[in-house]
Write a protein that binds this ligand. Structure first.
Ligand code: HSE
Length: 400
């Protein structure tokens, strides 16, 4: 029998407990061993039927030699990071959905896990229930990964979908996302692109083998996207999507960024709606593969956590290793090296500033407003330089 301790019984943690307690037999069959939830660590009250497992002191887990696997679903960095370090040092495997901890400290935690001969697994940290970490690290291992791009945040994808489909303003769509429980009460990590940034960093760590810190990756959210931009994008046959991208350059460095993009309606990413996520991976042997599914939510995310627990249980004595090397300034290059066509909305003569453009129109435009897509591909700073003297209201990349 393997004993599991779940730290943090919020949305995802309670989903993990429900699945582990609700599927005891099928999980035991797949794991090759019975899995028992011995402890649930949380300062809050728990449902009465879980009270006999309830603890509030982490050292109970740390000092109990019977605990084999610790599930960290606390969120945040402070206590979650400290307890993860201590659990690994105490010789326990750790499974987490905590992208903030993995993105910033995964390299160190993998190293401790290796030294102690235990596992640190985090399938649920990117894409919720979508299998992506394991496919990227194992199934696609024969490939040099050339590019990753994806819709990595469910909340912002929901907001953009509602702006496009129902004509809601950004503020109205955000309020709706909060009402439905998709967005956090403080939604800044979602809408400013920080959550997607952590996720593209984790995927890049695995795909390219060196640590890429969220601090090295420029992140732009969707707070500047307006219904006027949505209309102009529609007139060009495109949809606005928040994408995380990481592209390997010829010199081996990685150019990563998070930003809104105009995506052609024929691109599979344009069809990813509501809280769904999708990740496209381009490898030198496989070409392009795509992963799609529920990127957030209690049971989808808990299903990925429990899969990691089962993986550890079914490979006892064979450590499941995940690792990448330390990062550095030589790993990452500025997002500005990525050339693209640009969608511009502004006041003034855009075609005089930008040269050949595809002009766009929409109903109800103010007389001074104009919008276009450049024909020439350029970096952001080249576009900004050309636009000196024009009042720019929106400047958004086009994904070609
Ligand atoms: N806030 C995140 C999202 C949750 O909306 O995608 C899953 O990481």
């Amino acid at each position: 029998m393997l004993n599991v301790a779940v730290m943090g019984c919020g949305t995802v943690g309670s989903g993990v407990v429900e699945i582990l307690l609700g599927h005891v037999e099928s999980i035991a069959r797949k794991a090759g061993d019975e899995i028992r939830v011995k402890y649930i660590l949380d300062l809050r009250e728990l449902p009465a039927q879980w009270e006999d497992r309830h603890i509030t002191d982490f050292s109970v887990i740390e000092q109990d030699p019977e605990v084999d696997i610790v599930v960290e679903t606390m969120g945040g960095v402070g206590a979650a990071l400290e307890f993860t370090r201590r659990a690994l040092l105490a010789g326990k495997s750790v499974v987490t959905s905590n992208k903030e901890v993995v993105a910033a400290h995964g390299c160190e935690l993998n190293r401790i896990a290796k030294e102690k001969g235990v596992c640190y697994l985090f399938e649920a940290s990117v894409g919720g229930g979508i299998p992506i970490i394991r496919p990227l690290s194992q199934c696609l291992a024969a490939n040099e990964i050339l590019e990753l791009r994806g819709i990595l945040n469910g909340t912002t994808n929901y907001i953009l979908t509602r702006m496009i489909r129902a004509g809601l303003s950004f503020e109205e769509a955000l309020a709706e996302a909060q009402e439905k429980g998709y967005a956090e009460r403080d939604p800044s990590a979602d809408i400013l692109g920080h959550d997607a940034c952590r996720k593209i960093c984790i995927l890049s760590d695995i795909a390219f083998g060196r640590h890429i810190s969220p601090e090295q990756v420029p992140a732009e959210g969707i707070t500047g996207v307006t219904l006027a931009d949505v209309d102009y994008a529609g007139a060009a046959g495109k949809k606005i999507k928040l994408l995380g991208r990481a592209v390997r350059q010829a010199d081996g460095r990685i150019c990563a960024c998070v930003a809104p993009h105009l995506v052609d309606q024929a691109d599979p990413l344009a069809g990813v709606e509501d809280v769904f996520n999708a990740i496209a991976v381009r490898g030198d042997s496989i070409g392009e593969v795509m992963f799609y599914g529920r990127g957030a939510g209690k049971l989808p995310t808990a299903s990925a956590v429990v899969a990691d627990v089962i993986d550890i249980a079914s490979h006892q004595g064979h450590r499941k290793a995940m690792s990448w090397d330390e990062g550095g300034d030589d790993v990452v290059c500025s997002g500005d090296v990525l050339k693209s066509r640009w969608y511009v909305r502004g006041e003034g003569d855009l075609s005089a500033a930008l040269g050949c453009v595809q002009s766009l129109t929409r109903a109800d435009a103010a007389p001074a407003e104009s919008a276009c897509i450049t024909e020439e591909e350029m970096t952001r700073s080249e576009a900004e330089k050309k636009l000196t003297g024009v009042k720019v209201l929106s400047l958004i990349r086009v994904l070609d």
